[in-house]
Design a protein around this ligand. Structure first.
Ligand SMILES: NC(=O)C1=CN([C@@H]2O[C@H](COP(=O)(O)OP(=O)(O)OC[C@H]3O[C@@H](n4cnc5c(N)ncnc54)[C@H](OP(=O)(O)O)[C@@H]3O)[C@@H](O)[C@H]2O)C=CC1
Ligand SMILES: O=C(O)C1=N[C@H](C(=O)O)C[C@H](O)C1
Length: 263
């Protein structure tokens, strides 16, 4: 399968370039960077000391060479790339987080024309946790306060993480609620007592932390903690390649990692 990678000089982009180069069934055919970035014009494998023959380019027409784009950039970048994918008939794996409602709607709209996997976390472990959370939330609906905590590296720009939001949504949906209606996004000063049935969020940023998520179910005299810790971005890269291979069999439609993993 012919793969393009957007944000090829980013943290995830580099993991993906390396993972594609190491896989026997995938071929790197294009690497996108943004205009003005010092890496544009360099070989996509320069950071590995390798010559791949694929130069990082800011020309979206390079996508025409690919069957599938893997995009871990920023919402505005992903949406621009997605327009080119629709025009050129290229499938898309979207790992970018931080979309607003209009952005999510644009992805849904694009999926009427091309096949897309869109997921805030590509790791198998996190997607298994999302399933476990639905079960825990149903068992612990009454008498338990749910709190979602996430911690990431100092360069992350969106909060709470897309994964933390998906975890909150998994609990809210098991309770038959909309997350927006029951989320406590932050607390500061005289907050008053905690409201029953709400989901609290808290966020830490520091150093090079890859990504930790914990959901607490706090009851009387006990608490349950469901935690996922990522030790390396390789887990996201491998999940993304799995998503691209899944799309090889799809013409159009919007899928998530639960679809890819059939869980
Ligand atoms: N779904 C998942 O499993 C995961 C999702 N993510 C998400 O992926 C995204 C990227 O994360 P990460 O790799 O750490 O971020 P980085 O900042 O390391 O990389 C972002 C890349 O996108 C490029 N970029 C920035 N703005 C634009 C734009 N407007 N248009 C096109 N390209 C742009 C950057 O170029 P330059 O450096 O030149 O500015 C860089 O190459 C985030 O939203 C993050 O939350 C991250 C890990 C796992
Ligand atoms: O920015 C990151 O690093 C990560 N972002 C994703 C998110 O927002 O959930 C996934 C993972 O936690 C790493």
């Amino acid at each position: 399968m012919r793969i393009a990678i957007a944000g090829a000089n980013g943290r995830m982009g580099r993991m993906l370039v390396e993972a594609v180069l190491e896989s026997a069934d995938l071929e790197l055919v294009a690497a996108l960077g943004i205009s003005g970035s010092p890496e544009v014009g360099q070989d996509a494998g320069t950071f590995l000391g390798r010559d791949t023959g694929v130069k990082i380019t800011d020309d979206l027409e390079a996508l025409a060479r690919a069957e599938c784009l893997i995009d871990f950039t920023r919402p505005e970048g992903t949406l621009a790339h997605l327009q080119a994918c629709v025009r050129l008939g290229v499938k898309c794996v979207i790992g970018t987080t931080g979309f607003d409602t209009a952005g999510k709607h644009a992805i849904q709209e694009a999926s009427r024309h091309i096949a897309i996997v869109f997921a805030p976390n590509m790791s198998v472990g996190v997607n298994a946790v999302l399933k476990l959370l639905g079960m825990a939330a149903r068992l612990l609906e009454s008498g338990y306060d749910v709190e979602v905590f996430e911690a990431h590296h100092r360069n992350k720009v969106d909060a709470p993480s897309g994964t933390a939001l998906a975890m909150g949504e998994a609990v809210a949906s098991a309770w038959g609620k909309n997350l927006e209606d029951i989320a406590d996004w932050a607390r500061h000063g005289h907050t008053g007592v905690r409201q029953d049935g709400h989901i609290g969020f808290s966020v830490a940023r520091g150093g090079d932390l890859v990504g930790d998520h914990t959901v607490y179910f706090c009851g009387t005299g006990e608490r349950i903690e469901i935690t996922h810790r990522a030790g390396s971005r390789a887990t996201y890269a491998q999940g993304s390649l799995r998503a691209a291979r899944y799309l090889a069999r799809k013409e159009k439609g919007l899928f998530d990692m639960q679809d890819v993993l059939a869980i």
